[in-house]
Design a protein around this ligand. Sequence first.
Ligand SMILES: [Zn+2]
Length: 232
Amino acid sequence: MAATDIRSMAVLRLDDRTEPAPSELVEAMVRFEVRYGGLWYPAVGPNGMEYGLDGDATVHRSPLGLAFTGIMDGARTSGIDILADGQTAWGPGRWSYRVIDRSVDQRLESHALLVAVSDWCHRTFTCYTPRDVNPVVDERRLPQPVSEATSPTEFWWLDDDADIAVQARLSAWPPERDEWTLRYFARTPAQAAEANPTVFGATVHETVPALWCTLCSQLIEPGRTCHRKRGR
Ligand SMILES: [Zn+2]
């Protein structure tokens, strides 16, 4: 959408009517569309990540303030909202509406990092925490944090020299607790053996080997490593 079209068509949708959208949100939509409109890249799973207003400059009220929907998340098969301050937010069904990404740029950094390491050997764990509690409490065994890829729902640590990466991603948040997917990535199978002491040493919360790997779309025998995909 052209900036002039956004400025002329932008509306705030209320329950049974629309009114002119506040200028702060209009300009947030313009900034978003100019920078990210039309961006698409593949994600984990069959669908891609799609960015842009798609001809619809509608603002709505969200539990975290005014927002517009600008991202079609193929992995979650759902639209993601952008808040006035550039954070993204989402909350399907009985899951609470919460901030997902600090910014679209941070979201892109985290996806790029996942793509970069996704064909490394990896072990996957599920960690359960109380609501709004981060899974990692002791970073001493972890590589350096990657702040540009990190958000309230996703944390990354990376050792570029040793080729080790660790990801903690909030994967589900039913009302009773938060469920995080922890992934330990390494170039070699021997390095991947370090996953268990590293991951279990980094958290005090209930953590178990995951039974399914969404990166490989396959069942995992408990404690086993997914190996690099051949031919990549
Ligand atoms: Zn896997």
